[in-house]
Design a protein around this ligand. Structure first.
Ligand SMILES: Nc1nc2c(ncn2[C@@H]2O[C@H](COP(=O)(O)OP(=O)(O)O)[C@@H](O)[C@H]2O)c(=O)[nH]1
Ligand SMILES: [Mg+2]
Length: 253
């Protein structure tokens, strides 16, 4: 019987950089329960979910979260004998990834709305996909997702000020102009960076001194600060997170 299962066993090649991307299922409908187009509770729940994935995915290097999606970069390249998560079995990685996202997101929403249980009646669901790509293309992947975030946020922001008809066939430069000239509001000043560009979290080792005076290395999650409304320099962030993962591997041995 096992042979039927084995027939559909697909493994990503070892020693590659992999991306796990989870995405909220039909969130256009799910998010109708929130008051605003950019809801703080939704953003907090997505941040919580991103950080949980960073902790739980073996070999994770960084997570990027925007709107209802999270990309986790992971690999088994931190040392020659580093083990691949679930032996790089795609079905396991995707299903466990979607489960972690679903459980964490709903837990966070339930906590935020403990006095409004009707908000949690229909839980959020996440799908997941997993793939590998050459290291050279990783910055382009993340830039692509960040541009998607910015473009969707701009359109969503503009819909607060203009009708569907007024926004038809207007490109992104046109939307910025309309906002500034007709609504008197600048997109970059009117909407926060997290809403426009998402957030990036990495793992790092931090030295702490205990009350007894001992020096301890602790694994911490750190957010990458976005600078002056700019897209992240993804090459630098990826390089530093690969360096961090080698340090973590070395120190925790
Ligand atoms: N209210 C609210 N909705 C959001 C927020 N972030 C994302 N969304 C919604 O999530 C949708 C995500 O888009 P997408 O994944 O392409 O569509 P889906 O197939 O409906 O999940 C957006 O269209 C928004 O409607 C938020 O912070 N607040
Ligand atoms: Mg979605």
């Amino acid at each position: 019987m096992k042979m039927w299962e084995q027939k559909f066993l697909v493994e990503i090649m070892k020693k590659q950089f992999c991306i796990l991307r989870v995405d909220g299922k039909a969130f256009h409908t799910y998010t109708k329960r929130f008051q605003n187009r950019f809801s703080l509770d939704m953003i907090k729940a997505m941040n919580d979910t991103a950080k949980e994935l960073l902790c739980k995915v073996q070999g994770s290097l960084l997570v990027y979260v925007q709107s209802d999606e999270i990309s986790v970069l992971f690999s088994d390249t931190s040392s020659p004998n580093a083990e691949a998560w679930y032996g790089n079995n795609m079905q396991k990685i995707a299903s466990v990834g979607a489960s972690i996202a679903t459980a964490t997101f709903n837990g966070s929403i339930a906590k935020a709305f403990y006095n409004a249980p009707e908000i949690c009646d229909t839980p959020a669901l996440f799908d997941a996909r997993v793939f590998s790509m050459p290291e050279d293309d990783l910055p382009n992947y993340f830039l692509w997702r960040m541009r998607d975030a910015n473009s969707n946020a701009l359109q969503s922001f503009a819909r607060q000020y203009f009708s569907h008809k007024e926004l038809q066939n207007v490109d992104n430069d046109g939307l910025r102009q309309m906002l500034l000239l007709d609504a008197g509001i600048s997109y970059t000043e009117g909407l926060g960076e997290r809403e426009r560009l998402g957030a990036v979290f990495i793992k790092k080792l931090k030295d702490v001194i205990t009350d007894e005076g001992d020096l301890l290395s602790r694994k911490v999650i750190e957010e990458i600060k976005l600078e002056n409304n700019c897209y992240v320099n993804w090459k630098n962030v990826i390089d530093s997170s690969i360096f961090n993962s080698q340090q973590l591997q070395h120190k925790t041995k």
